[in-house]
Write a protein that binds this ligand. Structure first.
Ligand code: NIG
Ligand code: FE
Length: 412
């Protein structure tokens, strides 16, 4: 006998299941949830009557659309200060690289972040997280990388965890100590990588603060050899890796990430066909970051057509950070991915649901509306899901989101 559901939603469903139907759509659908999991999805007319028990909560959103709750799979949400002066400098003709080489860029945010207390970082990041949540985001990846000392990297990751607990959002923490060579190690990148491997990574793992390890492979950051050493150490601890790859130059970053079985390679403006093929082979997700592309004034967009041709899964994220992408709207990122990268609105929505879940190693429980998945939903006041990528910055804010029947606090 079928047990009653805790809650049932009636709405059009963009399940995002890749079943050959646009958006995996089920018009006039129903979705039943028990104990936080989806137990039934289909046309409302086919809903088995026993699922609707006397205590079942009914959410009637007739005419509206439900998608999986959105996932921002690449952010640097925790930082102090801002770098508006760099926008002015870039408009005067300076490049992102030249600003970084002159000691600005990431290192300027490192100075501000090191000087901030844990509470100050938490206060500064809170409105950014709340803005993402207005766009239906309920899972956020947050990277460290503006501390670059053991103590300050751990502080950033603790703040990230605290943000998730305070706001009922799933936060995936990524250790990005290999974001820039800190001033104490100037000219000694290898020694800094050694310090990450022997000190920062073990301490962060001991505190349970690391879901994945990231690095910035670039001429102004770390070499392929340095990244490889760090990734080998991460893999040795059973951690998955991600890479800021081919953002400013083709440094072979996509292939390097693939070689290490990375969950994702991110940015990818300069990725070669060889790199795209390697990613497809390894199942590495291409995380596309149109905010950084637009704001830095990159010369070429990522090779979306090649990713499609090779079957590389794609995700879209804000890359929210004070330098390359000061942006806290995932719906805006979707619009930019369409207008700047020629992704379709369906690809953009898949990129902030199914693709983003895969980029975080969470595809077994998040990203599509299907039986057995976590019931994390966003309800939208739109007439069609393509509208989510249509408005610049999400005029149609999410109507409701989360799990009304069991609350949203204790999910991980
Ligand atoms: O994803 N590319 C490196 N890291 C960040 C930018 C960080 C910054 O400029 O503060 C990015 O674009
Ligand atoms: Fe980034």
């Amino acid at each position: 006998m079928t047990q009653a559901a805790d809650a049932i939603w009636f709405a059009h469903l963009a399940t995002m299941v890749p079943n050959g139907i646009a958006y995996g759509a089920i018009e006039q659908g129903a979705l039943a949830e028990r104990a936080g999991r989806i137990v039934w999805v289909g046309p409302a007319a086919d809903l088995p009557p026993p699922l609707r028990g006397p205590a079942t909560i009914i959410h009637d959103h007739a005419g509206q659309w439900i998608t999986p709750a959105l996932i921002d799979c690449h952010t640097h949400l925790v930082f102090a200060g801002n770098r508006a002066v760099e926008l002015e400098a870039r408009l005067r003709g300076d490049s992102y690289e030249s600003i970084a080489r002159a000691g600005g860029g990431i290192l300027s945010t490192v100075r501000a972040t090191r000087a901030a207390t844990e509470d100050e970082l938490f206060e500064a990041a809170t409105p950014r997280l709340l803005r993402l949540m207005q766009d239906g985001v309920r899972t956020v990846e947050i990277k460290s990388g503006y501390g670059l000392t053991l103590e300050s990297e751990l502080r950033m990751l603790r703040v990230a965890r605290r943000l998730g607990a305070a706001h009922g959002v799933r936060v995936c923490t990524t250790l990005l100590a290999a974001h820039a060579v800190p001033p104490e190690f100037a000219g000694r990148g290898d020694a800094y990588i050694d310090h990450i491997i022997s000190d920062i990574l073990p301490a962060a793992c001991a505190e349970g603060l690391v879901d994945a390890v990231d690095a910035f492979a670039e001429t102004i950051a770390f070499s392929p050899d340095q990244v490889s050493r760090l990734f080998d150490a991460a893999s040795g601890r059973g951690l998955r890796v991600k890479l800021h790859a081919d953002q400013l130059t083709d440094g072979g970053g996509a292939a390097l990430a693939a070689q290490h079985g990375a969950l994702s390679a991110d940015h990818l403006e300069y990725t070669s066909d060889f790199g795209a093929a390697a990613m497809a082979e390894a199942g590495t997700v291409a995380v596309l970051l149109p905010g950084a592309y637009a704001n830095v004034g990159a010369a070429q967009p990522p090779p979306v057509a090649e990713f499609r041709r090779h079957g590389v899964p794609m995700a879209v994220a804000t890359d929210c950070n004070p330098g390359s992408s000061p942006m806290c709207s995932l719906l805006l990122a979707m619009n930019l991915a369409c207008c700047l990268f020629r992704m379709t609105p369906e690809e953009a929505l898949a990129g902030v649901t199914r693709g983003a879940a895969q980029a975080l190693g969470l595809a077994a429980k998040l990203g599509v509306l299907a039986v057995g998945m976590d019931a994390e939903l966003a309800v939208w006041g739109v007439g069609h899901p393509r509208e989510l990528a249509y408005w610049l910055g999400g005029f149609y804010n999410v109507k409701s989101c989360g799990l009304p029947s069991i609350g949203v606090a204790a999910r991980k």
